[in-house]
Design a protein around this ligand. Structure first.
Ligand code: SAH
Length: 372
């Protein structure tokens, strides 16, 4: 069978080297052979595990957060709850359970929309959410579900969007490419000509990552929110401030692998640059909240209380699991997610406080204060 690797090699022979951005796009989203298109990658037997798959508490706390955000928005009805890249649908299922248990008024106002390109994961989401008790509508395109006031959730979504990489040499910034070595194998290289754009000061050896797709998405969402009201919550592996290093990584069966070794067979991600995304949202006149470390965020939403409540009804094996999940979600160590993962929101400028996040920047001109 023809693999994605064969296809990419043939493409480079025909057209010359491709950008890292195009390479990521092909690996993750190739319509027939892309990583997400062909599999369910989650869990112990898969390639990696995400926070909602570690514990139901994660999605439940996001549900509690969403209820508070909706009340802060002035309880608009209807309101669209939109999730980008919902994986197995676990976060949304846990989130909806928490909303239904605590906020019948919000439940009545809710319209649930999921954005998912993978047919395999869409089928999985349909299974998970079949008995959620709320109608769910699926979309391929991120822009499709935007209408009226929105609450947007994205966990480990931004890190899967392709980005551009530039390497600084003595002659300036050169875009990083994927080409072929003398034996016809995939290899990294750079464009011959420096990039004509002024993208910042270049210290030879620095790598600059420009997440064009993520920035475009944030700008689009922020522009909608500033006019129609709402909030977007982004949770991802990433850094508060921009680094000048290559963060592209590939993971297969819970281990790091060479990103060029098996295109389409390993998960490819980069660290999310929250500083850039915050600037993009602020430029569109949205208020920015956080970023905050995931551990601190979950704890301020009451993770420890939720764990204690679950433990009162649990067997001793389950109590052990609940404690292990709390540790995994909040630990500040290399294996823990507490510090490596960050949480950031952007909102309509009228939202001055969001549960668990501090206000980082708010537009000082309020000509768009027309909350619906
Ligand atoms: N949020 C889930 C899954 C994260 S993995 C969790 O936390 O478990 C990334 C998800 O985004 C997958 O569901 C993948 O199929 C989806 N995805 C990746 N690129 C996408 C795109 N361009 N548009 C829509 N969905 C995409």
């Amino acid at each position: 069978m023809r693999t994605l690797k064969d296809e990419i090699i043939a493409m480079i022979r025909l057209e010359g080297p491709i950008t890292v951005e195009r390479y990521m796009d092909l690996c993750l989203g190739h319509p027939a052979l892309g990583y997400y298109i062909t599999r369910d990658p989650f869990g112990k037997d898969g390639d990696f595990i995400t926070a909602p798959e570690i514990s139901q508490m994660f999605g439940e706390l996001i549900g509690v957060w969403a209820v508070q955000a909706w009340r802060d928005m002035g309880s608009p009805a209807p309101v669209r709850l939109i999730e980008l890249g919902p994986g197995r649908g676990t976060l949304m299922a846990d989130c909806l359970r928490a909303i239904m248990a605590s906020a019948p008024d919000m439940t009545a106002a809710l319209e649930v929309h999921l954005v998912e390109t993978s047919p395999v994961l869409r089928a999985r989401q349909q299974q998970t959410l079949g008995d959620a008790g709320v109608a769910v509508i699926w979309h391929d395109e991120i822009t499709a579900p935007l209408k009226g006031p929105v609450i947007i959730l994205a966990n480990e979504f931004m890190d899967a969007l392709p980005l551009q990489q530039f390497l600084a040499t003595q002659t300036g910034w050169h875009e990083r490419l994927v080409g072929l070595d003398d034996d016809g194998a995939l290899m990294f290289g750079v464009s011959a000509e420096p990039t004509p754009d002024d993208i910042g000061e270049a210290e030879p050896g620095d790598v600059m990552e420009i997440p064009r797709a993520a920035q475009r998405l944030v700008r689009y969402l922020a522009e909608h929110i500033v006019v129609h009201g709402g909030v977007a919550l982004l949770i991802d592996y990433g850094a508060f401030a921009e680094g000048r290093t290559d963060t592209l990584q590939a993971v297969k069966h819970h281990r790091f692998v060479d990103p060029l070794a098996e295109p389409g067979e390993a998960d490819l991600t980069t660290q999310v640059n929250f500083e850039r995304l915050a600037m993009t949202a602020a430029l569109a006149n949205a208020s920015v909240h956080g970023p905050s470390a995931q551990g601190a965020f979950l704890q301020s939403l009451g993770l420890d209380y939720r764990a204690e409540a679950l433990k009162t009804r649990a067997t001793s094996a389950q109590r052990f699991e609940i404690d292990a999940a709390v540790t995994r979600l909040t630990a500040m160590t290399e294996r823990g997610m507490g510090d490596l993962f960050k949480v950031m929101a952007f909102s309509h400028p009228s939202l001055k406080a969001l549960h668990g996040l501090h206000l980082a920047s708010s537009p000082d001109h309020h000509q768009t204060d027309e909350e619906t």
